[in-house]
Design a protein around this ligand. Sequence first.
Ligand code: ACO
Length: 317
Amino acid sequence: MRIIGTGVSIPELKVTNDMIAEFLDTNDEWISTRTGIKERKLISTKNLFHLAADAASKALESAGKKATDMDLIICSNVANSYITPSLSSIVQGIIKATCPCFDINNACTGFLTGLDIADAYISSGKYKNILLICAEEPSRFCDWGDRNACILFGDAAGAVVLTEGEGLKKIITTTASMPDVLYYRRKLEPSPFVKKDENYKALQMVGKEVFKTAVTSSTRDIKRVISECGMVPSDVDLFVLHQANLRIIDSIRQHLDLPEEKFPHNLDKYGNTSSATIPILLDEQLKAGKIKNGDILCFSAFGAGFSTGACIMKWNA
Ligand code: ACO
């Protein structure tokens, strides 16, 4: 499998740290030094499916494909205003695709999980062209009175078009159940038969625990996937990592003992856009001419679950 097109859609509303400090007990200095985030772009007038369809259309255009060429659409999303039908089925109608669709929810690891599923379909010969969209609006499941979490997130969509090829060398995903460190409990409709306590909560996060688990698991996954390819860390040209916190990225880099130039980041502009961070950063690096044919890329992500994933991809092989 290989990636033949990328596309991104970012909401227009820019929310700086100073703007958040107007209504929360926080400040630009604290947020910048602890996270690397300066601003994020948030959903305001548009719906998430608008962003998802826009990113998808751009990815198709960059791949030189039509929506009707797609054999499958997978959409990674944690939460949006539609619990059903799937976001992918709404996008299918907007972009005028005709293929089957489904959504996955594996939190911030969704892009890696989507790649893994797409690879299984493509390797089996069942499908040839797959559109993978990661569309997220975490600003809608944070408590905007909780300075511990809401400052971290941004909304966005990123998409890739996948087809047959030799690019993907190895992909792994893992889950280790830890539902208490990071969760969002959505309110369901009341039922006359429910006789249990229910505790609806906006996003809850034990920040320090997530930080430690993220660094340990991503470093472990990256080392494993590199060694299973018969490579060493210095063989990787670019690490396109989940953008959750600049300090997490830098800790992983230090564990691998590699130079900063190999770890691009864009957290300062977008914050953590959940599963959309990797396709957005990939698109940016491609447009900036930072990736050439034959380069070895490593993607790695972690998220609620606790879920993780990593892969090695030779660009355009
Ligand atoms: N502004 C000012 N002060 C704050 C803020 C804020 N926004 N948030 C917390 N503080 C305070 C705390 O109340 C605490 O004060 P105290 O010492 O008086 O109790 C102090 O700052 C230190 O708080 P810590 O939680 O110890 O700060 P820490 O250095 O751990 O940084 C952070 C917090 C940024 C959340 C960090 O733990 C982190 O990034 N964790 C990982 C988060 C993450 O990646 N989440 C991903 C979620 S989704 C996903 O991608 C999987």
